[in-house]
Design a protein around this ligand. Structure first.
Ligand code: DGL
Length: 263
């Protein structure tokens, strides 16, 4: 039964677990397999070709593990590789893109900030989306340089994190943004730190819930939902140390398995 097969999720590392949490909350019956390609993180500074090659590797590993659907829980991989993946593989593939549209529709100051990787901000898909929704507002695009390696190392609350966040948000504050869009699946983990730095009227948004809703929609439309009320198998694999993955998923320790494995 295809319905009983797992949903496959991948990211350049631990960040996509922020998306996994939303998917698991909305679809608690679904089995999931998560691949953290931490050995190759960060993807953000790599060329589009390298990002495509890594995305193909991860997708094929998830297909080999029997997944019925793929969630690319990485903005950088989505914006650079999703068209290619959809062309190459015959299963539903969901991606994640920065939530520009809701920010652009709701901004009062007509100024929004986007924090994402270089790979995302320089992609054609990002430009297309941004252009479509932000014609009459100013968009401050900032590369979150240095943030992903600190998150991968589990250094969320370090002095380095605060000084990087201060540096990255300064141009946004100077431009009077009232929304900051987190365009990288790693960044939801540093929302508490960001909130200590930016004024409270600034709204910080990400795409996790929207991806989970889209996953549910596609499962239904492809008749792939797992309707059985069972105990889901929730597997996490990393090709580097499992320490940070376990730390970020500590609230789920009783119900998940986390393993180091090459892929
Ligand atoms: N988590 C990824 C994203 O959403 C990629 C971060 C990176 O590896 O640079 O863009």
């Amino acid at each position: 039964m295809k319905q009983a097969q797992p949903i496959g999720i991948f990211d350049s590392g631990v960040g996509g677990t922020s998306i996994w949490k939303e998917i698991h909350a909305l679809l608690p019956n679904e089995h999931t397999i998560y691949l953290a390609d931490s050995k190759n993180a960060p993807y953000g500074q790599k060329s589009a070709n390298e990002i495509r090659t890594l995305s193909i590797k991860n997708t094929e590993a998830l297909i080999a593990l029997g997944c019925k659907m793929i969630v690319v829980a990485c903005n950088t991989a989505t914006t650079n590789a999703i068209d290619l993946l959809r062309k190459n593989y015959d299963l539903p593939i969901i991606g994640i893109e920065p939530a520009i549209k809701p920010a652009a529709l709701q901004t009062q100051s007509k100024s929004i900030g986007i924090l994402a990787t270089k790979g995302t901000l320089s992609s054609a898909l990002f430009h297309q989306t941004s252009h479509a929704f932000t014609k009459d507002i100013s968009v401050i695009e900032i590369v979150g340089e240095g943030l992903v390696p600190l998150i991968e190392a589990g250094q969320l609350d370090s002095p380095e994190m605060y000084s990087l966040l201060q540096k990255h948000t300064a141009p946004m504050l100077a431009a009077n943004v009232d929304y900051i869009v987190l365009g990288c699946s790693h960044y939801p983990y540093i929302i508490p730190q960001l909130k200590k730095i930016v004024p409270p009227h600034i709204k910080i948004i990400d795409s996790g819930e929207a991806v989970a809703r889209q996953t549910r929609k596609l499962l239904k439309s492809h008749n792939l939902s797992n309707e059985e009320t069972n105990v889901p198998k929730l597997q996490f694999f990393t090709n580097a140390s499992k320490d940070t993955l376990q730390f970020l998923l500590r609230a789920y320790a009783e119900i998940i398995s986390v393993e180091e494995k090459d892929f």
